[in-house]
Design a protein around this ligand. Sequence first.
Ligand code: COA
Ligand code: AMP
Length: 626
Amino acid sequence: MSISLYAQTYQTWQNDPEAFWEEAAQELHWYKPWDKVLDTSNAPFYRWFTGATTNTCYNCVDKHVEEGRGEQAAIIYDSPVTNTVQTYTYAQLQHEVALFAGVLTAQGTKKGDRVVIYMPMIPQTAIAMLACARIGAIHSVVFGGFAAEELAKRIDDAEPTLILSASHGIEPNRNVAYKPLLDKAVQLAKHKPDACVIYRRKGLEIDLIEGQDIDWQTALSTAEPQDCVPVAATDPLYILYTSGTTGQPKGVVRDNGGHMVALKWSMKNVYDAKPGDVYWAASDVGWVVGHSYIVYAPLLNGNTTILYEGKPVGTPDAGAFWRVIEQHKVQTLFTAPTAFRVIKKEDSEGKLLKGYDISSLKALFLAGERADPDTLHWAENLLKVPVIDHWWQTETSWPQVANCMGMGLLDIKAGSPSKAVPGFDVQVLAEDGNPVAAGETGALVIKLPLPPGCLTTLWKNDQRFIESYLSEFPGFYATGDAGYIDADGYVYVMSRLDDVMNVAGHRLSTGGMEEVIASHPAVAECAVIGKKCAIKGHQPVGLAVLKTGVDIDDDELQAQIVALIREKIGPVASFKTLKVVQRLPKTRSGKILRATLRKIADGEDFAIPPTIDDPAIIDEIRQVFS
Ligand code: COA
Ligand code: AMP
């Protein structure tokens, strides 16, 4: 039997990981080569390509112009919510990015300074990210669906000298005014930026605050274009905050060198994307999918990337994706399964597809949450292209398990994102740290060192990095997911081990929502669980025990708490349900049995935990969910 290209490549990596990544690094431009491919001197803080200098923006933009791709489309901004399609060639992108880098430097931003970006899905957001990379500033993009308090937490942690924002974002049913949210966040934050540069979009008039705000266009009109600044391969490119188990988000730090090498390698080998192909990740730049596969990876690979400001349905209908594929001749589509579940709900027979020619499409990649077999098969039948589930996280920045299309597709097993990608030694460990047998469920872990591209630490918090990821299973990175690996090496990702849930492909902290609910004066204690949802994967449900003597109508309390979560965390939390209960199921030591609550909410069978302090409570909770 001949060995597959995937198996060969995996073996080549295993035999000599450093040689493997050194070869991959040849595809990129370095001002100075590395002294070491993998630096283990400060393990477990492994570093890739130490001693090298490079510039991510140069590799994403200028290099392609110099190599003759100047006239090719780099970014196509497709915005059904504003009725706009606008193309930036690589040459135009170079001009815009260099000029905006001039806005940053005119404000005194320099290498190593942080720049928070709180912006909608418009080209200026990608331009701003690249401009930061160009001058070695560290960007931290905050998703627009987060409220002022969440933004303030990120401002206090990242301590930016500058914040970039816009007048508003556009959701299908409303404008989301960013400026008041930004102003409130700046007011709430202890750290104050030197200035805020604001992009004014048509459709909402805003006032700028004297002494704080600078108009984006005015600043551009006097800006001097800036060249790329060499940075160390190990210097941070960005910080991206992701939900942990508490309300305090974790600032994932990404480097320049390893990140470029991994993403560039993934475009050819995982996605089978050739330079010049049109690649579309239908996500948001505020998430890691947007960082990696809307902005950096397609540009590093010389692709045309689509920046889509719209939804899978409602902008205007469930045929929106097919329209974009036809219009821009998209070859690769990447989105979250939830997007296909909403399309399926609105147009279960795929009638809207009939009006479009999607023959350019080669594959659909799904990630962000478990791809349920029903949705996967529905998409396969409709699109008649391989539908490829793959598993990764904000922390890794690129897929750790995938069916690597660029190395020839393996058999697809629905329900599994397939096998470990070269670079990742994925294993399943029991609670005691021992490996489990094939097919047995345990903690999904990755053997250290992590490959290039993965987080190097948490911003200003090495200790939390160790505690969150490296302490539980020494020598391994704990992904926080549970699952199993079958006898053929296929990985199955089944659930989270921590109190993080996945709502419409967005990772949210149940702990963060509990903190908000607990702050309501009527609430004595509470729990939030992710209940299964046919469309969004999970939906948050809160359970609250009221303080003795409090008299408030359940519906009124629910309305107040929904509003409170929207105000404190943001609409992205999708929090709609609060149930008042007499008490919560707990262990004798007082720990809330969240896993049991989840099973009751989902109507699943379960064994009553032997540690429960009062088994009678189970029936009470069952009643609440009946
Ligand atoms: N700025 C402000 N508000 C935002 C926002 C943004 N950038 N993005 C979403 N929101 C709001 C929505 O308007 C919604 O508000 P509402 O409760 O007032 O309606 C709320 O946040 C929840 O958003 P979402 O969970 O996305 O629900 P939705 O009903 O608007 O859309 C999907 C559902 C499935 C269509 C959408 O989530 C989607 O397309 N997901 C797939 C792609 C994706 O983004 N994946 C992420 C990682 S790959
Ligand atoms: P995020 O960091 O927001 O991208 O979320 C990462 C988490 O989403 C992972 O830890 C998983 O829990 C979940 N996830 C992502 N992709 C998949 C997948 N293909 N299958 C199952 N779960 C996934």
